[in-house]
Design a protein around this ligand. Structure first.
Ligand SMILES: Cc1cc2nc3c(=O)[nH]c(=O)nc-3n(C[C@H](O)[C@H](O)[C@H](O)COP(=O)(O)OP(=O)(O)OC[C@H]3O[C@@H](n4cnc5c(N)ncnc54)[C@H](O)[C@@H]3O)c2cc1C
Ligand SMILES: C[S@@+](CC[C@H](N)C(=O)[O-])C[C@H]1O[C@@H](n2cnc3c(N)ncnc32)[C@H](O)[C@@H]1O
Length: 687
């Protein structure tokens, strides 16, 4: 191993992609080497065998994973994602165990990994293609991993592989900083804890950062009694670091030609007293996740808009039975538009890792693509139509210079000709633009249909008027469609009732209510030829879409026919949902003011236009409300999605459900504080 450490001072939060060099290994295969550090990503003898020996066997994963109870979650944390070989080896083991152990059907594996210099997708594709040839058993995992691999942007990227009950959180950025962001709120029970560590930095001699004091401090903070760690290294700094941070270490024979490697078990006394556990000798049974008795079997979700649907989905995928309630029907509220545009509010890249809108958008775009596959298997229309979107930067908080800081696969500026070709606009100057390749149109009806096929989700119509919290359960009461009083008990409840949430529990902030109306019409063939060919954002947004079978159940659209959608109005403190001609006019005016050439295309006679009005729910600081209510163990809330529910609700739902079940969230401690229902900013009512 050679030793060229380059101490680059890259701007904060801007990711430096790995530079890959190639060498021939002991068996004649070409293997990647880090151009930054001059070290190998995995053993020259046999990387996969090394991974299985060092990290899987010496964390005793085959035994520990096999004996997980239903619904238990096992958390692995890795330092250095690199090529993902450790993940693939673990994933394959997990898949094999789930095939032979039926009780693992609802158990879950959470793999948290950190990477400061992520490998660009093209290089990773090449590296993993070679692994696919060497180890054909990995092939079935490589394709979904590559499909989910995020753009190289700092922050936590959550990848869910639903068929395998596997969640992967990729924290791009410096590992010490990423680990420090992992939220550990010991006031909420159960509390998350890492069960096994893969310490896989480059050798301490060529990269000290992954073996530094701040790393060991974080490892200690995030571990609990009998957490294990394994590493191929037996360097003194590693032994000392682990010992001084609560681990008992054990030297064992290393892989291949290596004499020694280390295994370790957390036996730290402070840690033991905090969690009130009994000490176990290092060589006794290794820990399985604690507190499983506090986890719910049955949750109620009130409100079946995008917030409630995604919360139900996240719970059900962790094996929890969900009763999903709505006073009228799923998507009866703001979420029931014919189409929603999936697009982020952008931010300068230096803030991106802590920017809910960007991280939420990226998660949603991955999730909807996965849900597309599930929908297709059930003959349901696509949830996300991957159209891309073009923002004309008329009302944007970022300019082309800042867009250039982003990787092109996330955001870029098209040349004038490209933008004109993509949009079909002819005379408009569209040279200042933001093109979002992963953006698209969400079909709410298809999303609803797909989510409601989950066998653990049961929808029931109920207008809830009371929630009572007892010591052992909650009781939710309301009126069904026949005006009968119904009460349902469950372990806990999540209130997703948007602006009406406050009526269900006064501790939930009484948010700002902003009415909005979307408009659409069926264009003539002549109009169709001149309307924009891609969703456009300006001070409003517009798009063509083809209504699918099923759309007509939700809105007055002509199925299988092109529709042109434009919106939307913003009317404060108005909660009525009648359709208004003057708001059709507002949306038309916004469009033709921004793009004058469309004045002659979009009809002035709006008598045949359709519309739908909904109420946006917004806090004074614009952040949603996600978390548990003060002085409550069983009442949770997810609300105030503002004008971007389809971009941010899916990630918020993941974070909320992780908190409910004692898993690590994909959002940092600071972000969770910003979203907390009990934050200071929400202590003062709106005037
Ligand atoms: C005109 C318009 C255009 C928009 N366009 C976009 C877009 O393009 N992209 C995007 O991402 N976002 C868009 N949004 C925002 C997005 O629609 C919202 O952020 C999102 O719908 C909020 O979802 P929700 O589930 O929190 O609320 P809702 O969808 O309003 O759901 C709340 C549900 O709670 C139910 N409920 C209330 N009280 C009770 C009770 N007591 N008992 C039982 N059930 C109850 C209601 O019936 C309702 O179904 C738009 C919003 C509007 C108004
Ligand atoms: C030995 S490789 C990991 C191999 C990987 N586990 C695999 O399965 O391919 C070490 C990794 O640590 C990453 N790394 C180095 N310093 C880091 C830091 N400070 N924070 C996070 N990752 C870091 C490197 O970029 C490299 O990908």
């Amino acid at each position: 191993m050679s030793i060229a450490h380059c101490n680059k001072s890259e701007p904060l939060n801007v990711i430096t992609p790995a530079k890959i060099d190639w060498q021939m290994d002991d068996t004649g295969n070409m293997v990647p080497v880090s151009g930054e550090f001059g070290d190998v990503y995995f053993s020259h003898a046999d990387g996969l065998a090394e991974s299985r020996y060092v990290f899987l066997a010496h964390n005793r994963l085959p035994e520990r994973l096999a004996c997980l109870a239903p619904k238990q979650c096992f958390t692995i944390a890795e330092l250095g994602f690199g090529t993902g070989l450790n993940l693939l080896a673990t994933w394959l083991l997990w898949r094999q165990l789930r095939e032979t152990h039926p009780q693992l059907a609802t158990a879950r594996l959470h793999f948290i990994t950190t990477e400061k210099f992520p490998i660009p997708l093209a290089d990773l594709t090449h590296i993993l293609a070679l692994w696919g040839q060497r180890a054909p058993e990995l092939v079935a995992l490589i394709a979904p991993l590559l499909a989910a691999y995020p753009p190289l942007i700092a922050g936590c990227h959550r990848l869910n592989f639903f068929d395998d009950n596997l969640t992967v959180d990729m924290w791009f950025g410096d590992a010490a900083e990423s680990l420090a962001k992992l939220a550990l709120d010991t006031s909420i029970k159960p509390t998350p804890c890492v069960n096994a560590w893969f310490l896989d930095g480059f050798a301490p001699s060529c990269n000290s950062t992954l073996w530094a004091e701040d790393i060991f401090t974080q490892i200690e903070r995030l571990s609990c009694p009998n957490t294990t760690a394994a590493t191929y290294s037996s360097a003194g700094v590693v032994k000392r670091g682990l010992r001084e941070h609560g681990f008992e270490i054990n030297k064992v024979k290393g892989f291949g030609r290596k004499n020694q490697m280390l295994t370790a078990v957390m036996t730290d006394a402070v840690c033991l007293s905090e969690t009130n556990s009994q000490s176990k000798p290092a060589n006794s049974t290794y820990n399985t996740p604690a507190h499983s008795n506090l986890k719910p079997d049955h949750s109620i979700v009130i409100g079946a808009g995008v917030s409630g649907l995604l919360t139900a989905w996240a719970l059900a995928n962790r094996g929890i039975k969900v009763t999903l309630l709505d006073k009228s029907a799923p998507l009866a509220g703001a979420s029931g538009n014919p189409r929603a545009l999936l697009a982020p509010k952008m931010t300068p890249i230096h803030h991106v890792d802590e920017h809910l809108h960007t991280m939420g958008y990226l998660y949603s775009s991955r999730l909807y693509r996965v849900l597309n596959e599930i929908a297709a298997q059930q003959n349901i229309a696509a949830i996300l139509e991957p159209t891309g979107a073009l923002d004309l930067l008329i009302k944007a908080n970022i300019g082309t210079a800042q867009i250039a800081d982003y990787p092109d696969e996330m955001a870029t500026t098209l040349s004038l000709t490209q933008a004109q070709d993509a949009s079909g606009l002819k005379t408009q100057d569209v040279s200042d633009n933001l093109y979002l390749p992963q953006s698209g149109l969400v079909n709410p009806q298809a999303l609803k249909e797909t989510i409601l096929t989950h066998p653990l989700i049961h929808f029931q119509q109920l207008a809830v008027n009371n929630i009572s919290e007892m010591e052992s359960h909650i009781c939710v009461e309301g009126y069904d469609q026949n005006q009968q009083v119904i009460s349902i008990n469950a372990d806990n409840v999540v209130v997703c009732a948007a602006f009406e949430s406050h009526q269900l529990d006064k501790r939930i902030f009484d948010c700002r209510k902003i009415r909005g109306q979307l408009s659409w019409f069926t264009p003539t063939a002549k109009q169709l030829a001149s309307l924009p060919k891609i969703p456009l954002k300006y001070s409003g947004y517009c798009t063509l879409f083809t209504a699918q079978t099923g759309d007509g159940q939700l809105n007055d659209v002509i199925e299988c026919s092109p529709q042109f959608l434009l919106g939307a109005s913003f009317i404060r403190n108005d909660t009525s949902t009648d359709i208004r001609d003057e708001e059709h006019q507002i949306s038309r005016d916004k469009l033709v003011t921004a793009i004058p050439e469309l004045a002659s295309v979009v009809p002035t006679d709006m008598s045949l236009w359709q519309g739908r009005a909904g109420i946006r729910t917004q806090t004074p600081d614009y952040h949603p409300i996600v978390g548990s209510l003060s002085n409550s163990e069983r009442i949770w809330v997810m609300s105030a999605m503002g004008a971007k529910g389809y971009a941010i609700a899916p990630l918020c739902a993941e974070a909320l459900v992780d908190m409910m079940l004692g898993s690590f969230t994909p959002l940092s401690t600071a972000m969770l504080a910003r979203l907390s229902p009990n934050r200071t900013r929400l202590q003062t009512p709106l005037t």
